[in-house]
Design a protein around this ligand. Sequence first.
Ligand SMILES: *Cc1c(COP(=O)(O)O)cnc(C)c1O
Length: 444
Amino acid sequence: MQLPQRFGFDVDPSGNLLIGGAAAAGLAARFGTPLHVLDEARVRANCRAYVEALRRYAPGPSRALFASKALCIVATCQLAYDEGMGLDVVSIGEIYTALQARVPADALVFHGSNKTPEEIAYGLEVGVGRFVVDNEYELGLLDRFARERGRRADVLLRVTPGIEPHTHRAIQTGGVDSKFGFGLLGPDAERAVRLALDAPGLRLRGLHCHIGSQILDVEPFLLAARAVIAFAAEMRGAGFVMDELNLGGGLGIRYRPEHEPPAPAVFVHDLMETVRDSLARHRLPTPTVYLEPGRSIVGDAGVTLYTVGAIKAIPGVRTYVSVDGGMYENPRPALYDARYTAVVATRAAEPPSRRVALAGRCCESGDVLIWEADLPEVREGDLVAVFSTGAYTYSMASNYNRYPRPAVVCARDGSAQIVVERETTADLVRHDRPLVPSPAARAR
Ligand SMILES: *Cc1c(COP(=O)(O)O)cnc(C)c1O
Protein backbone atom coordinates (compact mmCIF):
# COMPACT_ATOMS: atom_id res chain seq x y z
CA MET A 1 0.00 0.00 0.00
CA GLN A 2 1.28 3.46 -0.84
CA LEU A 3 1.06 6.09 1.84
CA PRO A 4 -0.42 9.40 0.73
CA GLN A 5 2.77 11.33 1.42
CA ARG A 6 4.47 9.28 -1.29
CA PHE A 7 2.11 10.74 -3.87
CA GLY A 8 1.93 7.54 -5.85
CA PHE A 9 5.70 7.07 -6.10
CA ASP A 10 7.37 3.83 -5.00
CA VAL A 11 9.88 3.46 -2.21
CA ASP A 12 12.40 0.61 -2.29
CA PRO A 13 12.94 -1.70 0.73
CA SER A 14 15.76 0.49 2.08
CA GLY A 15 13.58 3.58 2.00
CA ASN A 16 14.81 5.22 -1.22
CA LEU A 17 12.26 7.19 -3.17
CA LEU A 18 11.93 5.98 -6.76
CA ILE A 19 10.82 8.24 -9.61
CA GLY A 20 10.03 6.44 -12.85
CA GLY A 21 11.76 3.48 -11.21
CA ALA A 22 15.00 5.45 -10.72
CA ALA A 23 16.33 6.08 -7.19
CA ALA A 24 16.23 9.76 -6.28
CA ALA A 25 19.69 9.56 -4.68
CA GLY A 26 21.19 8.13 -7.87
CA LEU A 27 19.59 10.88 -9.95
CA ALA A 28 20.93 13.55 -7.60
CA ALA A 29 24.42 12.04 -7.68
CA ARG A 30 24.41 11.86 -11.46
CA PHE A 31 22.75 15.13 -12.39
CA GLY A 32 23.25 17.32 -9.30
CA THR A 33 20.69 19.32 -7.33
CA PRO A 34 18.39 21.13 -7.46
CA LEU A 35 16.93 18.82 -10.06
CA HIS A 36 13.51 18.66 -11.67
CA VAL A 37 12.56 15.05 -12.35
CA LEU A 38 9.62 14.02 -14.50
CA ASP A 39 8.09 10.57 -14.39
CA GLU A 40 7.47 9.92 -18.07
CA ALA A 41 4.93 7.15 -17.52
CA ARG A 42 2.92 9.43 -15.28
CA VAL A 43 2.85 12.24 -17.87
CA ARG A 44 1.70 9.76 -20.50
CA ALA A 45 -0.96 8.29 -18.21
CA ASN A 46 -2.30 11.76 -17.46
CA CYS A 47 -2.51 12.59 -21.18
CA ARG A 48 -4.21 9.30 -21.91
CA ALA A 49 -6.75 9.80 -19.13
CA TYR A 50 -8.02 12.96 -20.84
CA VAL A 51 -7.84 11.66 -24.40
CA GLU A 52 -9.71 8.48 -23.51
CA ALA A 53 -12.29 10.11 -21.26
CA LEU A 54 -13.11 12.68 -23.94
CA ARG A 55 -13.36 9.97 -26.56
CA ARG A 56 -15.74 8.14 -24.29
CA TYR A 57 -17.92 10.87 -22.84
CA ALA A 58 -17.88 13.83 -25.24
CA PRO A 59 -21.15 14.15 -27.14
CA GLY A 60 -19.31 14.19 -30.49
CA PRO A 61 -15.78 14.76 -31.78
CA SER A 62 -13.27 15.96 -29.21
CA ARG A 63 -9.69 17.00 -28.73
CA ALA A 64 -7.56 17.26 -25.63
CA LEU A 65 -4.91 20.00 -25.71
CA PHE A 66 -1.95 20.21 -23.36
CA ALA A 67 -1.72 23.73 -21.98
CA SER A 68 1.98 23.88 -22.60
CA LYS A 69 2.66 26.87 -20.38
CA ALA A 70 2.55 24.51 -17.36
CA LEU A 71 5.89 23.09 -18.55
CA CYS A 72 6.76 24.14 -22.07
CA ILE A 73 9.84 22.20 -23.06
CA VAL A 74 10.43 20.12 -26.17
CA ALA A 75 10.13 16.83 -24.25
CA THR A 76 6.66 17.55 -22.80
CA CYS A 77 5.41 18.78 -26.18
CA GLN A 78 6.65 15.51 -27.70
CA LEU A 79 4.98 13.41 -25.00
CA ALA A 80 1.62 15.18 -25.21
CA TYR A 81 1.47 15.04 -28.99
CA ASP A 82 2.60 11.43 -28.99
CA GLU A 83 -0.32 10.63 -26.67
CA GLY A 84 -2.81 12.21 -29.06
CA MET A 85 -3.10 15.72 -27.67
CA GLY A 86 -2.85 19.05 -29.43
CA LEU A 87 -1.16 21.96 -27.67
CA ASP A 88 -2.29 25.24 -26.25
CA VAL A 89 0.35 27.97 -26.71
CA VAL A 90 0.53 31.64 -25.74
CA SER A 91 3.67 33.08 -27.29
CA ILE A 92 6.13 32.81 -30.14
CA GLY A 93 8.44 30.98 -27.76
CA GLU A 94 5.84 28.33 -26.97
CA ILE A 95 4.92 27.95 -30.65
CA TYR A 96 8.58 27.59 -31.55
CA THR A 97 9.11 24.99 -28.82
CA ALA A 98 6.13 22.98 -30.08
CA LEU A 99 7.41 23.15 -33.66
CA GLN A 100 10.86 22.03 -32.47
CA ALA A 101 9.09 19.04 -30.93
CA ARG A 102 7.66 18.31 -34.41
CA VAL A 103 4.12 19.09 -33.39
CA PRO A 104 2.34 20.28 -36.56
CA ALA A 105 1.22 23.90 -36.42
CA ASP A 106 -2.41 23.02 -37.05
CA ALA A 107 -2.45 21.13 -33.73
CA LEU A 108 -1.73 24.42 -31.93
CA VAL A 109 -4.33 26.66 -30.34
CA PHE A 110 -3.00 30.17 -29.84
CA HIS A 111 -4.11 31.97 -26.65
CA GLY A 112 -3.07 35.20 -25.00
CA SER A 113 -4.74 38.33 -23.67
CA ASN A 114 -2.44 40.74 -25.44
CA LYS A 115 -1.02 39.14 -28.56
CA THR A 116 1.33 41.57 -30.23
CA PRO A 117 1.23 42.31 -33.96
CA GLU A 118 4.46 40.32 -34.26
CA GLU A 119 2.88 37.30 -32.55
CA ILE A 120 -0.26 37.44 -34.67
CA ALA A 121 1.82 37.62 -37.84
CA TYR A 122 3.96 34.70 -36.66
CA GLY A 123 0.88 32.62 -35.82
CA LEU A 124 -0.51 33.22 -39.32
CA GLU A 125 2.83 32.57 -40.96
CA VAL A 126 3.38 29.18 -39.33
CA GLY A 127 -0.32 28.33 -39.61
CA VAL A 128 -1.54 27.69 -36.08
CA GLY A 129 -4.80 25.74 -36.05
CA ARG A 130 -6.88 28.20 -34.04
CA PHE A 131 -6.55 31.69 -32.66
CA VAL A 132 -8.46 32.23 -29.45
CA VAL A 133 -9.33 35.89 -29.73
CA ASP A 134 -9.40 37.66 -26.40
CA ASN A 135 -10.40 41.25 -27.19
CA GLU A 136 -11.46 43.66 -29.93
CA TYR A 137 -7.97 44.98 -30.52
CA GLU A 138 -6.79 41.49 -31.40
CA LEU A 139 -9.92 40.81 -33.43
CA GLY A 140 -9.23 43.83 -35.60
CA LEU A 141 -5.54 43.08 -36.02
CA LEU A 142 -6.08 39.43 -36.85
CA ASP A 143 -8.80 40.24 -39.37
CA ARG A 144 -6.59 42.78 -41.11
CA PHE A 145 -3.43 40.63 -41.09
CA ALA A 146 -5.34 37.62 -42.41
CA ARG A 147 -6.92 39.66 -45.23
CA GLU A 148 -3.55 41.16 -46.14
CA ARG A 149 -2.28 37.62 -46.60
CA GLY A 150 -5.36 36.51 -48.52
CA ARG A 151 -6.31 34.23 -45.66
CA ARG A 152 -9.11 33.55 -43.21
CA ALA A 153 -8.05 32.77 -39.68
CA ASP A 154 -10.00 30.15 -37.74
CA VAL A 155 -10.99 31.69 -34.45
CA LEU A 156 -12.70 31.00 -31.16
CA LEU A 157 -13.77 33.87 -28.94
CA ARG A 158 -12.72 33.74 -25.32
CA VAL A 159 -15.67 34.60 -23.13
CA THR A 160 -15.63 35.26 -19.41
CA PRO A 161 -18.68 33.75 -17.76
CA GLY A 162 -18.54 35.65 -14.45
CA ILE A 163 -17.64 32.66 -12.29
CA GLU A 164 -15.11 32.85 -9.48
CA PRO A 165 -13.99 29.39 -8.40
CA HIS A 166 -12.48 28.87 -4.96
CA THR A 167 -8.86 29.19 -5.81
CA HIS A 168 -6.22 31.84 -5.24
CA ARG A 169 -7.19 35.23 -6.68
CA ALA A 170 -4.11 35.31 -8.89
CA ILE A 171 -5.23 32.17 -10.69
CA GLN A 172 -8.92 32.99 -11.09
CA THR A 173 -9.63 34.01 -14.64
CA GLY A 174 -13.36 33.63 -15.15
CA GLY A 175 -14.79 36.42 -13.00
CA VAL A 176 -16.24 39.76 -14.10
CA ASP A 177 -13.14 41.57 -12.86
CA SER A 178 -10.64 39.79 -15.11
CA LYS A 179 -8.20 40.95 -17.76
CA PHE A 180 -9.19 37.98 -19.90
CA GLY A 181 -11.84 37.64 -22.54
CA PHE A 182 -15.20 39.14 -23.49
CA GLY A 183 -17.57 39.40 -20.52
CA LEU A 184 -20.75 37.36 -20.90
CA LEU A 185 -22.56 39.45 -18.32
CA GLY A 186 -22.35 42.66 -20.35
CA PRO A 187 -22.71 43.47 -24.05
CA ASP A 188 -19.07 42.68 -24.94
CA ALA A 189 -19.39 39.05 -25.92
CA GLU A 190 -22.41 39.62 -28.12
CA ARG A 191 -20.67 42.51 -29.84
CA ALA A 192 -17.60 40.36 -30.42
CA VAL A 193 -19.62 37.57 -32.02
CA ARG A 194 -21.23 40.04 -34.42
CA LEU A 195 -17.89 41.63 -35.28
CA ALA A 196 -16.25 38.25 -35.86
CA LEU A 197 -19.11 37.05 -38.05
CA ASP A 198 -18.77 40.20 -40.16
CA ALA A 199 -14.98 40.10 -40.44
CA PRO A 200 -13.91 38.80 -43.87
CA GLY A 201 -10.52 37.73 -42.50
CA LEU A 202 -12.00 35.54 -39.79
CA ARG A 203 -13.89 32.29 -39.67
CA LEU A 204 -15.69 32.11 -36.32
CA ARG A 205 -15.61 28.48 -35.21
CA GLY A 206 -16.84 28.70 -31.68
CA LEU A 207 -16.30 29.79 -28.10
CA HIS A 208 -13.70 29.29 -25.43
CA CYS A 209 -13.64 29.79 -21.68
CA HIS A 210 -11.10 29.04 -18.97
CA ILE A 211 -12.20 29.94 -15.47
CA GLY A 212 -9.06 29.44 -13.41
CA SER A 213 -6.58 26.92 -12.12
CA GLN A 214 -6.08 24.42 -9.27
CA ILE A 215 -9.85 24.00 -8.99
CA LEU A 216 -10.65 20.97 -6.87
CA ASP A 217 -14.35 20.54 -7.48
CA VAL A 218 -16.33 20.10 -10.65
CA GLU A 219 -19.19 22.49 -9.93
CA PRO A 220 -17.65 25.77 -11.23
CA PHE A 221 -16.79 24.04 -14.50
CA LEU A 222 -20.41 22.93 -14.90
CA LEU A 223 -21.65 26.47 -14.26
CA ALA A 224 -19.24 27.86 -16.83
CA ALA A 225 -20.21 25.27 -19.46
CA ARG A 226 -23.90 26.04 -18.96
CA ALA A 227 -23.27 29.77 -19.26
CA VAL A 228 -21.24 29.47 -22.46
CA ILE A 229 -23.75 27.12 -24.09
CA ALA A 230 -26.67 29.37 -23.13
CA PHE A 231 -24.82 32.27 -24.72
CA ALA A 232 -24.25 30.26 -27.91
CA ALA A 233 -27.99 29.65 -28.03
CA GLU A 234 -28.71 33.36 -27.59
CA MET A 235 -26.42 34.18 -30.49
CA ARG A 236 -28.15 31.82 -32.89
CA GLY A 237 -30.33 34.69 -34.06
CA ALA A 238 -27.22 36.57 -35.20
CA GLY A 239 -26.31 33.65 -37.46
CA PHE A 240 -23.75 32.12 -35.10
CA VAL A 241 -23.21 28.37 -35.17
CA MET A 242 -20.99 26.95 -32.45
CA ASP A 243 -18.97 24.26 -34.23
CA GLU A 244 -16.40 24.15 -31.47
CA LEU A 245 -16.60 24.51 -27.71
CA ASN A 246 -13.35 24.84 -25.78
CA LEU A 247 -13.85 24.62 -22.03
CA GLY A 248 -10.25 25.35 -21.02
CA GLY A 249 -8.23 23.68 -18.30
CA GLY A 250 -8.03 24.24 -14.59
CA LEU A 251 -8.46 20.90 -12.86
CA GLY A 252 -6.42 20.85 -9.65
CA ILE A 253 -3.92 18.27 -8.43
CA ARG A 254 -2.81 16.96 -5.05
CA TYR A 255 -0.14 19.11 -3.45
CA ARG A 256 -0.97 18.17 0.12
CA PRO A 257 -2.32 14.87 1.42
CA GLU A 258 -5.68 16.50 2.14
CA HIS A 259 -6.21 17.64 -1.45
CA GLU A 260 -8.71 15.37 -3.18
CA PRO A 261 -9.01 16.41 -6.82
CA PRO A 262 -11.43 14.42 -8.95
CA ALA A 263 -9.70 12.03 -11.33
CA PRO A 264 -9.59 13.44 -14.88
CA ALA A 265 -11.96 10.69 -16.07
CA VAL A 266 -14.54 11.62 -13.43
CA PHE A 267 -14.11 15.32 -14.17
CA VAL A 268 -14.54 14.79 -17.92
CA HIS A 269 -17.52 12.50 -17.37
CA ASP A 270 -19.38 15.00 -15.19
CA LEU A 271 -18.54 17.94 -17.40
CA MET A 272 -19.60 16.18 -20.60
CA GLU A 273 -22.89 15.14 -19.00
CA THR A 274 -23.63 18.81 -18.37
CA VAL A 275 -22.50 19.79 -21.86
CA ARG A 276 -24.78 17.18 -23.40
CA ASP A 277 -27.76 18.27 -21.26
CA SER A 278 -27.26 21.95 -21.98
CA LEU A 279 -26.88 21.41 -25.71
CA ALA A 280 -30.09 19.37 -25.72
CA ARG A 281 -31.98 21.93 -23.64
CA HIS A 282 -31.06 24.68 -26.11
CA ARG A 283 -31.47 22.39 -29.13
CA LEU A 284 -27.96 23.15 -30.31
CA PRO A 285 -26.04 20.89 -32.69
CA THR A 286 -23.13 18.92 -31.23
CA PRO A 287 -19.85 20.85 -31.37
CA THR A 288 -16.31 19.47 -31.24
CA VAL A 289 -15.34 19.73 -27.59
CA TYR A 290 -11.84 20.75 -26.51
CA LEU A 291 -10.31 20.64 -23.04
CA GLU A 292 -6.95 22.20 -22.20
CA PRO A 293 -5.42 20.69 -19.07
CA GLY A 294 -1.95 21.87 -18.10
CA ARG A 295 -1.32 21.35 -14.40
CA SER A 296 -3.11 17.99 -14.30
CA ILE A 297 -0.92 16.67 -17.14
CA VAL A 298 2.54 17.41 -15.75
CA GLY A 299 2.01 18.58 -12.15
CA ASP A 300 1.94 15.34 -10.21
CA ALA A 301 4.50 13.75 -12.54
CA GLY A 302 7.23 16.12 -11.33
CA VAL A 303 9.43 15.91 -8.24
CA THR A 304 12.15 18.40 -7.30
CA LEU A 305 15.25 17.13 -5.52
CA TYR A 306 17.25 19.40 -3.23
CA THR A 307 20.31 19.07 -1.02
CA VAL A 308 19.97 20.38 2.51
CA GLY A 309 22.51 23.00 3.58
CA ALA A 310 22.28 25.30 6.58
CA ILE A 311 19.85 24.46 9.38
CA LYS A 312 18.87 27.24 11.75
CA ALA A 313 16.85 26.36 14.84
CA ILE A 314 15.23 29.30 16.63
CA PRO A 315 14.04 27.84 19.93
CA GLY A 316 10.32 28.28 20.49
CA VAL A 317 9.90 29.84 17.05
CA ARG A 318 10.82 27.69 14.10
CA THR A 319 13.57 25.70 12.43
CA TYR A 320 14.67 26.76 8.98
CA VAL A 321 16.05 23.96 6.83
CA SER A 322 17.66 25.60 3.82
CA VAL A 323 17.98 23.86 0.48
CA ASP A 324 19.95 24.66 -2.65
CA GLY A 325 16.94 25.85 -4.68
CA GLY A 326 14.17 28.33 -3.98
CA MET A 327 11.88 30.89 -5.54
CA TYR A 328 14.07 31.25 -8.63
CA GLU A 329 13.21 27.69 -9.67
CA ASN A 330 9.81 27.43 -7.96
CA PRO A 331 8.18 30.82 -7.45
CA ARG A 332 4.72 29.42 -6.63
CA PRO A 333 4.92 29.53 -2.81
CA ALA A 334 6.11 33.15 -2.86
CA LEU A 335 3.73 34.12 -5.68
CA TYR A 336 0.50 32.59 -4.44
CA ASP A 337 1.03 30.82 -1.17
CA ALA A 338 1.21 27.48 -2.93
CA ARG A 339 1.68 24.58 -0.53
CA TYR A 340 3.72 21.44 -1.06
CA THR A 341 4.71 18.20 0.62
CA ALA A 342 8.29 16.97 1.11
CA VAL A 343 10.11 13.83 2.23
CA VAL A 344 13.73 12.97 2.89
CA ALA A 345 14.34 11.04 -0.31
CA THR A 346 16.65 8.40 1.17
CA ARG A 347 14.37 7.76 4.17
CA ALA A 348 11.04 8.10 2.45
CA ALA A 349 9.38 5.48 4.65
CA GLU A 350 10.38 7.15 7.91
CA PRO A 351 7.48 8.86 9.68
CA PRO A 352 7.76 12.62 10.20
CA SER A 353 8.91 13.69 13.65
CA ARG A 354 9.16 17.47 13.40
CA ARG A 355 7.72 20.46 11.60
CA VAL A 356 10.25 22.71 9.90
CA ALA A 357 10.31 25.47 7.30
CA LEU A 358 11.96 24.37 4.08
CA ALA A 359 13.68 27.56 2.95
CA GLY A 360 15.09 28.57 -0.41
CA ARG A 361 18.39 30.37 -0.82
CA CYS A 362 17.21 33.60 -2.42
CA CYS A 363 17.70 36.89 -0.58
CA GLU A 364 14.05 37.26 0.35
CA SER A 365 12.47 36.38 3.69
CA GLY A 366 9.50 35.17 1.69
CA ASP A 367 11.60 32.58 -0.12
CA VAL A 368 10.32 29.61 1.84
CA LEU A 369 9.24 26.64 -0.27
CA ILE A 370 7.21 24.99 2.51
CA TRP A 371 6.40 26.83 5.74
CA GLU A 372 5.12 23.70 7.45
CA ALA A 373 7.10 20.71 6.23
CA ASP A 374 6.66 17.57 8.33
CA LEU A 375 9.90 15.62 8.08
CA PRO A 376 11.94 13.08 10.01
CA GLU A 377 15.14 14.37 11.57
CA VAL A 378 17.02 16.28 8.84
CA ARG A 379 20.78 16.76 8.62
CA GLU A 380 23.06 18.81 6.40
CA GLY A 381 23.62 16.97 3.14
CA ASP A 382 20.28 15.12 3.22
CA LEU A 383 18.40 14.83 -0.03
CA VAL A 384 14.89 16.27 0.11
CA ALA A 385 12.18 15.58 -2.48
CA VAL A 386 9.24 17.94 -3.00
CA PHE A 387 6.25 16.36 -4.75
CA SER A 388 3.92 17.69 -7.43
CA THR A 389 6.35 20.23 -8.85
CA GLY A 390 5.89 19.39 -12.53
CA ALA A 391 3.66 22.35 -13.38
CA TYR A 392 4.37 26.09 -13.21
CA THR A 393 7.78 25.70 -11.57
CA TYR A 394 10.42 25.30 -14.26
CA SER A 395 8.22 27.23 -16.69
CA MET A 396 8.10 30.16 -14.24
CA ALA A 397 11.72 29.95 -13.17
CA SER A 398 14.02 32.96 -13.31
CA ASN A 399 17.66 33.75 -12.71
CA TYR A 400 16.97 35.82 -9.61
CA ASN A 401 20.17 36.25 -7.60
CA ARG A 402 21.88 34.97 -10.74
CA TYR A 403 21.21 31.37 -9.94
CA PRO A 404 21.34 29.12 -12.99
CA ARG A 405 18.11 27.27 -13.74
CA PRO A 406 18.25 23.59 -12.78
CA ALA A 407 18.31 20.67 -15.19
CA VAL A 408 15.15 18.74 -16.05
CA VAL A 409 15.39 14.98 -16.44
CA CYS A 410 12.85 12.44 -17.57
CA ALA A 411 12.83 9.08 -15.79
CA ARG A 412 11.44 5.89 -17.27
CA ASP A 413 11.86 2.21 -16.36
CA GLY A 414 14.63 2.92 -13.90
CA SER A 415 16.79 5.10 -16.11
CA ALA A 416 16.82 8.82 -16.79
CA GLN A 417 17.83 11.26 -19.48
CA ILE A 418 18.41 15.00 -19.52
CA VAL A 419 15.65 16.87 -21.32
CA VAL A 420 16.83 20.36 -20.36
CA GLU A 421 20.47 20.97 -19.51
CA ARG A 422 21.35 22.79 -16.32
CA GLU A 423 22.29 26.39 -17.05
CA THR A 424 25.91 27.29 -16.51
CA THR A 425 27.31 30.39 -14.88
CA ALA A 426 28.52 31.49 -18.31
CA ASP A 427 24.92 31.22 -19.60
CA LEU A 428 23.96 33.87 -17.09
CA VAL A 429 26.13 36.56 -18.68
CA ARG A 430 25.69 35.39 -22.27
CA HIS A 431 23.50 38.38 -23.17
CA ASP A 432 25.37 40.92 -21.07
CA ARG A 433 27.56 43.49 -22.87
CA PRO A 434 30.06 45.61 -20.97
CA LEU A 435 29.21 49.28 -20.91
CA VAL A 436 31.53 51.33 -23.09
CA PRO A 437 32.94 54.23 -21.01
CA SER A 438 32.21 57.76 -22.21
CA PRO A 439 35.14 59.73 -23.75
CA ALA A 440 35.22 61.93 -20.64
CA ALA A 441 35.59 58.94 -18.37
CA ARG A 442 38.27 57.51 -20.63
CA ALA A 443 40.24 60.76 -20.46
CA ARG A 444 40.23 60.71 -16.62
C1 LIG B 1 -3.40 28.19 -18.12
C2 LIG B 1 -4.45 27.84 -19.07
C3 LIG B 1 -4.89 26.52 -19.17
C4 LIG B 1 -4.37 25.43 -18.30
O1 LIG B 1 -4.73 25.58 -16.95
P1 LIG B 1 -4.36 24.45 -15.90
O2 LIG B 1 -4.88 24.97 -14.64
O3 LIG B 1 -2.88 24.29 -15.91
O4 LIG B 1 -5.04 23.18 -16.34
C5 LIG B 1 -5.83 26.23 -20.14
N1 LIG B 1 -6.33 27.20 -20.95
C6 LIG B 1 -5.94 28.47 -20.86
C7 LIG B 1 -6.51 29.48 -21.77
C8 LIG B 1 -5.01 28.84 -19.92
O5 LIG B 1 -4.64 30.12 -19.82
